[in-house]
Ligand binder design. Structure first.
Ligand SMILES: [Zn+2]
Length: 236
């Protein structure tokens, strides 16, 4: 799937586009871009031992379901339940209702670092007009009482889905790593309240304190590439 998405275009326009992709931010924000070439992707996929053949269709179903049922910030009850049930099914210790709708799953696997993977769950008050068969038709009332269309135009449906997939992979391949994994599903990113709500509800006291937190977000970029973004203050 990933391999198919890469096109081998070496035209001058494409070269310029690739250069721009390497630094889409201002110079005060160092950016590291790591692109896998096709043999690397093939080797990586072969290492996954065929599990992707089963996992990807499952994740696609989950993604379409969440996409079709978006929830506004701090109201992500259905989405949180989907994530929590999935974590429970895959042997995580699960806590729900952290900072209203937040979910924390813990997978302990011997000595090692505590790594937190975080996804945000909320959608935006925007009417979807994509015409997709799984487009959202959800209508809700915003904080001011206005009736609004709701859709996942910021991609948090993807964030939830890929964290669920990662959680399953880590759970099923515990012979390949050691440590403690925290899978955190956060409410209210769009309104800037969800992370604080989880911290106020004891995220850092009630659960193992993470040595590292990875909180990914989809963005426009080259297929097969990973982009890390470090604010200047964090790199010192
Ligand atoms: Zn977002």
């Amino acid at each position: 799937m990933v391999v198919d998405a890469i096109h081998l275009d070496n035209s001058p326009e494409e070269q310029i586009r690739k250069k721009q992709l390497k630094n889409p931010f201002s110079t005060s924000h160092p950016v590291n871009s790591i692109a896998m070439d096709i043999p690397q992707i093939k080797a990586f996929n072969a290492n996954m031992d065929g599990i992707m053949d089963e996992l990807l269709p499952e994740l696609e179903e989950i993604y379409k379901d969440i996409h079709q049922h978006p929830e506004l910030s701090m109201e992500e009850f259905r989405t949180a339940k989907i994530a929590a049930d999935y974590l429970t099914k895959h042997q995580f210790e699960v806590s729900t209702g952290i900072g209203v709708t937040g979910v924390v799953g813990i997978l302990k696997n011997g000595d090692g670092p505590v790594v937190m993977l975080r996804a945000d769950m909320d959608a935006l008050p925007v009417t979807e007009d994509t015409g997709l068969p799984y487009a959202s038709t959800t209508v809700a009332r915003d904080a001011e009482g206005n009736e609004v269309g709701v859709s996942h135009v910021c991609g948090h449906d993807l964030h939830v889905t890929w964290l669920m997939g990662a959680a399953r992979l880590f759970s099923e391949h515990r012979d390949q790593w050691q440590g403690t994994l925290l899978a955190v599903f956060q409410p209210g990113e769009e309104v800037g309240r969800g992370a604080q709500a989880m911290i106020d509800d004891g995220l850092m006291e009630r659960f193992p304190k993470p040595d590292i937190i990875l909180g990914q977000h989809v963005m426009v970029g080259e297929a097969g590439a990973a982009l890390s973004y470090l604010p200047a203050t964090a790199s010192k």
